[in-house]
Design a protein around this ligand. Structure first.
Ligand code: SF4
Length: 845
């Protein structure tokens, strides 16, 4: 529905830059990269940034049924009308969604078929490091960091637009931007057995593309006013990237190679970002993100600083991806000051031998010691991550996963606290730009056998296992090391109906098998071992790490020889750094209490007051569910720094309550809430503070202090006045229909929801009914306005989808005795026409 806090609306003209995430909103909104780019674009007045996500199949079906186009959330812009359509390429199994989003927008799949009248389709993200399976679809693909390059691309398109030149001129100019790959400037030849024989640059001055670097994160843009979703997303919190890159050198990990070198943000800057982002979002949790958070130079002093500032406000810090050995006792002590988030350890392989092969220098002794420390510090569950199918793996290594997981669980008992262990097992997919890029991927059958073995044995040890389904890993492996010929396979798979392939419930193995057959592609061809002298489809994409280094690392893997982390001192010669701009940027260690602040106990006033408010919920906000509305107010209270009272307990909640839940789709001028705040904070303060931070469409109209003993809203609420404005074609003979309905003795209503049946009589719940022009106005007890209107008109509720439903007034049984109410400023533009007449519901205040 759009309209979230942090979005940009109302920018006319300029350059329309749509950021597209080829998966659902809940996942896309959890992705920090997209928030960063949105923030960068938002800062430029001549750019209109907008977002679009992949529609879920029910929405897709509706769009196809109505012949509608996929549009942006901000302005409802059809994607075809954008100047730039930028897809983030996070996961190979969302490729069919990209095609689907183009298809739903009437944009031809193939770049060669799109002239200057279509948006420029660009991509970026980790999968861009082997862009070849998507080469035919994209006009340009950014390789590497996007903060600066995205603006250069926007400027280039803007200039070109003004000059009215053709698309070839634009592509020429874009190719001059560092990190931008133009697939159509290369052609690929294949040998007799189908391997890449040669990647031929079509322009002598453009032989390949080197990855784009942001050399210093300290000055890089950070979105401290991110878009705050209404609904619960996968990662629903402030996320701060504390460092980028990892040089530990785990040989399977693509991120460890394509994001080098390590660039840390200073703790001072992180604290600044967290402070601003908490204030702007109202979130109560911050996640410190990095490929290996535990390696961040000043982690413990930083956490101490964060905890000192926010623990009393019940704000939490979460630390994903902790490395074995990185949880110091001081850190555990700091993090336990607030609620605990899960603790994850990633041994990756079950034996010390195999961990040496992959350069994951973790000994069993260290792992177990760490696990015991984590359980002792109060965590109840440890998640362990492993992979199967790693190069040189034997069944002994697989057995090792069981043995070591059981031992980790035993550490809970030894720590005296007990504790659970969840085992997560994924299948190794060889990725480009890693020392294992030449290695074969194990077959689907072998994955299934090993998973079955692990599941059975782990169950015997009472350990819970999670795994990724084998066919998904198999498909991921095809695209991860695929070439240009796979575009035909993707088009065919999309034609057969493949969508959301990363979602097990949508992945369709039969359709994919059919697509492979129709496209004449053998998946095993892409899983095979690559010869060391064989050109690889991504050879013209330079991520900065030298091929010789990868080959040497491959040799070291076979020999089980470790390669040290260069952050500890010595450069191991991967080739990424120029030691001028591109170099390791690490924080100097600082004493534990460097960022400590004096902890001020919360100064809550002894006395509380209760404030009752009436608010409006108009325009697109009518689509907020009750739960989402609740989250919206929790965040708004946080942003506005209302001295709200909190409930007691493990996860305290702000004390406010709603009169009732309004049905989704109904606009309202008469929603009521009670807040409990510190004495001294007036109704006017509350009104002003909240109205300063609520999204357009939600506005507090009036507020008044009420007695702490006043009955709750739900107790005194009796009836509601609604207006249902009908489309012209439905508003025929309203007086006749009203008379017929009023003449009825009874009009039974039966509602079924989540297995519960509710029955009541609409006629008995109706107190007043009149026709005003095209509208039905009614005063009712129980029941939804759409249910009454459907019964009066003799239609289904679905047929009323174009009717406007408004709640005008609540009639209360008694009026609480209160101080004189205060009124809010006029409504912000809710983006839709105001109602013909509002109502006066102020009496209850
Ligand atoms: S060039 Fe040397 S210092 Fe830079 S990331 Fe590579 S190994 Fe580390």
């Amino acid at each position: 529905m759009g309209g979230e806090m942090g979005t940009v609306t109302g920018r006319e003209g300029g350059l329309s830059f749509v950021l597209a995430f080829p998966d659902v909103y809940e996942i896309g909104m959890s992705h920090l990269g997209l928030q960063v780019l949105y923030g960068v674009l938002k800062g430029v007045p001549w750019i209109t940034p907008e977002r679009v996500y992949a529609p879920w199949p029910d929405m897709e079906a509706q769009l196809r049924l109505e012949g509608g186009s996929l549009t942006t959330l901000e302005g409802g812009t059809p994607l075809k009308d954008a100047d730039i359509l930028g897809f983030t390429l996070q996961y190979e199994l969302s490729y069919t969604n990209i095609l689907n989003m183009l298809d739903l927008s009437g944009i031809p799949f193939l770049a060669a078929e799109r002239d200057a009248g279509y948006p420029l389709v660009v991509g970026g993200g980790p999968c861009a490091f082997n862009p070849e399976p998507l080469a035919d679809f994209f006009d340009a693909i950014l390789i590497g960091d996007g903060e600066d390059a995205v603006l250069e691309i926007a400027q280039c398109v803007s200039d070109w637009k003004g000059e009215g030149l053709g698309k070839p001129a634009l592509l020429e100019r874009l190719s001059k931007i560092e990190g931008v790959y133009i697939p159509s400037f290369f052609t690929v030849n294949y040998d007799a057995i189908g391997r890449v024989a040669q990647i031929v640059p079509l322009r002598a001055e453009y032989p390949g593309v080197r990855r784009r670097f942001v050399s210093d994160l300290e000055s890089a843009h950070y979105p401290t006013t991110p878009v705050v979703p209404f609904l619960k997303t996968v990662h629903d919190r402030v996320s701060v990237e504390i460092s980028r890159g990892c040089t530990r050198g785990c040989r399977f990990c693509q991120a460890g190679y394509i994001y080098r070198p390590v660039r840390e943000r200073s703790p001072e800057r992180v604290l600044e970002i967290v402070e601003e982002a908490f204030g702007n979002t109202g979130y109560d949790e911050v996640s410190l993100l990095s490929l290996s958070t535990g390696d961040y130079g000043c982690l413990t002093p930083l956490i101490k600083g964060l905890m000192d500032r926010y623990a009393a406000q019940k704000k939490a810090v979460s630390l994903p991806s902790m490395r074995v050995g990185s949880l110091s006792p001081e850190m555990a002590e700091e993090v336990r000051r607030v609620r605990k988030t899960g603790f994850t350890l990633a041994p990756e392989a079950g034996s010390e031998r195999l961990r040496s092969v992959i350069n994951k220098g973790v000994t069993e002794v260290a792992l177990l010691e760490n696990a015991r420390a984590v359980f002792s510090a109060g965590w109840r569950v440890i998640k362990l991550y492993y992979m199967i199918g790693l190069p040189t793996e034997t069944m002994e290594d697989v057995q090792g996963i069981i043995d070591i997981s059981r031992e980790v669980k035993r550490q809970g008992k030894l720590a005296g606290s007990g504790g659970d262990v969840n085992v997560s097992v994924s299948s190794f997919v060889p990725k480009p730009h890693t020392p294992f890029q030449w290695e074969p991927q194990i077959s689907e059958e072998e994955i299934v056998d090993k998973q079955r073995f692990l599941r059975t044995e782990l169950k015997k040890k009472k350990l819970i296992m999670k795994w990724q389904d084998a066919p998904l890993s198999t498909l991921e492996g095809v695209f991860a090391r695929g070439d240009r010929r796979l575009s035909a396979l993707l088009i065919e798979a999309h034609r057969l109906g493949c969508r959301f392939d990363g979602w097990w419930e949508h992945f369709d193995k039969e359709k994919w098998a059919q697509a492979f057959e129709n496209a004449g592609v053998d998946p095993r061809f892409y899983h095979r071992r690559r010869e060391l002298d064989e050109p690889l489809p991504w050879d013209h994409i330079d991520c900065g790490v030298r091929r010789e280094f990868l080959l040497a690392e491959r040799e070291a893997a076979i020999a089980g020889t470790p390669t040290p982390d260069c952050r500890a001192g010595e450069c191991t010669g991967c080739g990424v750094c120029d030691f001028d701009k591109v170099k390791l940027r690490l924080n100097e260690p600082v004493p534990f209490d460097t960022y400590a602040v004096e902890i001020k106990p919360p100064q809550a006033a002894e006395l509380a007051v209760r404030i009752r408010v009436r608010f409006e919920k108009l325009g697109r906000m009518r689509f907020l569910s009750h739960l989402e509305q609740q989250t919206l107010f929790i965040r708004a209270v946080g942003r506005a720094q209302i001295p709200i009272r909190y409930s007691q307990g493990f996860h305290p909640h702000p004390k406010f309550s709603f009169a009732t839940a309004l049905s989704v789709g109904v606009e309202s001028y008469a929603e009521y809430m009670d807040f409990e705040v510190d004495a001294g904070f007036s109704a006017q303060n509350l009104l002003d503070a909240l109205n300063g931070t609520l999204p357009a469409g939600i506005r507090l109209v009036e507020a008044a202090e009420i007695s702490m003993k006043a009955p709750s809203l739900s107790v005194i609420m009796e009836k509601v006045r609604y207006r249902v404005t009908l489309p012209e074609a439905m508003a025929l003979d309203l007086p006749g229909k009203i008379a017929a309905f009023l003449a009825l003795e009874s009009s039974p209503m039966r509602r079924e929801k989540k297995g519960k049946v509710v029955e009541f009589d609409l006629r008995h719940e109706l107190y007043e009914l009149t026709a005003v022009g095209r509208a039905l106005e009614m005063v009712v007890g129980r029941g939804k306005p759409s249910e009454f209107a459907a019964a009066i008109l003799g239609v289904t509720v679905e047929e009323l989808k174009d009717a406007r439903l408004e709640k005008l007034e609540v009639l209360f049984a008694e009026t609480p005795v209160v101080e004189a109410p205060v009124a809010g400023a006029p409504a912000a533009d809710a983006g839709e026409e105001p109602a013909a007449q509002a109502c006066d519901a102020g009496a209850v205040l």
